[in-house]
Design a protein around this ligand. Sequence first.
Ligand code: MN
Length: 379
Amino acid sequence: MSKRIAILGSTGSIGTQALDIISKSTDFDVVALSAHSNMVLLERQIQNFKPEQVTITDESSYHDFLDNNKYQIKINLGIDGLKEMISEIDVDIILIAIVGIAALEVTYYAVSKGIDIALANKESIVTGGELITSVAAKTGASILPVDSEHSAIFQCIQGCNNKEEIKNIYLTASGGPFKDYSLIELEEVTVTQALRHPNWDMGEKVTIDSATLMNKGLEVIEAKWLFNIDTDKIKVVVHPQSIIHSMVEFIDGSIISHMAMPDMRIPILYALSYPQRTQTNISLNPYHMEPLTFEHPDFRRFPCLQLAYEAINIGGTMPTALNAANEVAVQNFLMGRVSFTDIPKIIEKAMNLHLNDIIYNPSLQDILHVDRILKEMLI
Ligand code: MN
């Protein structure tokens, strides 16, 4: 029996890689897709995978698509359309690969319905981790991490039934393209340089986040919620080769790590196949491996990492403020309006402003409200 899968964000980096592995396997059946505005690619995906429904989240793309629609399938519009699609289709698992906080409402909706999700979207757990994990505990929905680090941790703790046995989690970070840059050199970094990631092929936003180490900061916050672990037990270790994708240290002195080629198709496939494994032809050859090295991250040159720890330790809606400010700052950097080193400064300022307005145990509306207010203020 093949697994019935919906892929939200099917034209993005994770979505296309997911469809690539799915097309090589008979284990999966794609029943629904969603895309924002890449209609050319969506059309090709509809022809190849024959979903029962699709949702288009960008309004003008939706209208253009409807005008030329040659397919006998239901086409939904926007976030409400995504929710409607989820309520109507029969799926085993939904891959949520939508970029940005737009995914939060959909993630919350799917988990509320008790549907298992393979979660690639960072923002929904960073901002709504407390809310989503508590709802999932009630409905029994599984949240399977797709991000390589969280997939690694998830694989390392298989068989561990007592959380107290976990001493530390080591999230590995490549260090990004500017690992060894001085503070002065960082100030001069250009957009083109920042978009060139040494190991991973990803979307623009996450590539910049990798260069500032905010990506790792967001992953620290996610790890806290996904694995219910105190942040003082979550460490970041710079490992430039990106072969070990994270490690878990147990109280008996054992460390279990996960190694694989830096290829997102592996963690995507693990999340979709779990608890089984599906064959790929991606292979890491230990005889041809370069030496693996590990070092401390530099919080002084990469203040975004420190800000993320501060945001999660303050709690409530502070991670939402951090995330919103980061989205705006990265956007401004990509448009050439601010420098690379302005990114953490913008975020810190926004966090200080939010300090008096924090909402603890936020609802979905509270999170969306804080996100909107912060972005309006910064843009
Ligand atoms: Mn990652």
